[in-house]
Design a protein around this ligand. Structure first.
Ligand code: HEM
Length: 131
């Protein structure tokens, strides 16, 4: 279940909230007219909570059947080139924690990065316990 849980955690967390794109030609998208040179913000964090794609999207469901459909790594030719490395790191981390029967528990409110782009944490105090 760990590989799917990793997809679900990356969906739910969405470490980078959005990317910006520049329209290269006049076009229409979902009923909106777009002009050449318009700038668009692609809100991956919003897409990852789209209830028409992910049921009960605010919850982490580790065996969610379509967790892999998240857009946390972007889309198209600029899709994250490090996606496989990132996935591998997280799978390895969860596997090693499970081997040692260790659980990570937050013990204080996190301090978040004050930015709209990086949906990140500056400090997150935790303790490890065995189960
Ligand atoms: C969970 C971890 C990560 C997340 C959520 C993430 C997310 C993203 C996103 C959203 C983009 C932009 C996609 C777009 O333009 O639509 C991106 C691009 C990129 N990422 Fe990651 N990334 C992660 C880890 C990594 C790692 C570990 C590496 C390197 C080993 C990496 C290297 C890159 C590079 C080089 C690009 C630019 C690709 C391009 O413009 O063609 N990323 N990443």
């Amino acid at each position: 279940m760990i590989p799917n849980a990793v997809q679900e955690i990356i969906r739910w967390q969405t470490p980078l909230s959005y990317m910006r794109r520049t329209v290269t030609e006049d076009t229409e998208l979902f009923g909106h007219r777009l002009k050449k040179h318009d700038m668009l913000a692609l809100w991956y964090i919003s897409a990852n909570r789209d209830e028409s794609v992910f049921d009960d999207a605010d919850r982490i469901i580790v065996d969610r059947p379509n967790a892999r459909r998240h857009l946390s790594f972007g889309y198209g030719i600029h899709r994250c080139v490090g996606a496989r490395v990132a996935e591998l790191q997280l799978v390895t981390l969860l596997e090693e924690l499970a081997k040692r029967r260790l659980r990570v528990n937050p013990v204080a409110e996190p301090v978040r990065v004050l930015a709209s782009f990086v949906h990140g944490y500056k400090h997150l105090q935790v303790e490890l316990t065995r189960y």
